[in-house]
Design a protein around this ligand. Sequence first.
Ligand code: G1P
Length: 298
Amino acid sequence: MRNKVTKAIFPVAGLGTRFLPATKSVPKEIMTLVDRPLVQYAIDEARAAGIKEFIFVTSRGKNALEDYFDHAPHLEADLIAKGKDKLLEVLQSTNMDSGEIAYIRQHKALGLGHAVWCARRLVGEEPFAVILPDDVIAADKPCLQQMIECYEETGGNMVAAMEVPADKASSYGILDVQEDMGSLVSVKGMVEKPQPGTAPSNLAVIGRYILSPQILRNLENKETGAGGEIQLTDAIARQIGSETDGVYGYRFNGQRYDCGSKAGFLQATVAFGLDREDLRDDLAAYLNEVVAARKAAQ
Ligand code: G1P
């Protein structure tokens, strides 16, 4: 019987410079899509997939993130007093149990691989998930749950994968596919941010991973890769070809939004707004109006 995946690492130490000046004082992960911070979508997805321990790798200036996960008794009391049951329910749905959540600091921005390695003692000798909250994935069955169901059959190491336009490949980790089995692909190579024109495919790694503890050992030597950073992709690539602990890509069902970019964040805001029953009609009417006005002005 394979070990269940019950721990997830959330690397949230980045400075979020692409969102300056907002990120001068607000951690990027707290920025809101409609009415929930990015990080709440990541937590909800992890919980749906059976994760029980949530490990955040943070950095200086992320206090607002830690506060967000605290209970808010004063707010709860206020909502109870005013009989606002629906809002109380929303608020309580974000509560984390004591001991469910842990914070580790990454003291230096040495790369994603290093951030994950910082959590090694909390992970120990079991498979674990990594979720990058910037990658928001809307799906009927949450992406990590899809992956865990597949992982229970395959074992090894699994990364979420998605085809991207060829001219965008240099922004991602890219898979070199050995065997394409539909949703699942086996991998014979992996390269982080390939130089333009050199990518082995256009199948990109998206920010969901299920990894074996061997990856943490591979990160131990702190080798630097693309951009002079310690790359998670490189540590995973070292497992390629292992009989027991190989590497797979998983083409998930769902729509991914790159909320690390302004355009992606705006698209996600519109899409999630249109998904909400209480906002849908007004927002759709407004968007139609704006588009029609633009067309008329051309
Ligand atoms: C990270 C990973 C990269 C992956 C990407 C997905 O890059 O290093 O392999 O394709 O996330 O969003 P980043 O976007 O943090 O530069």
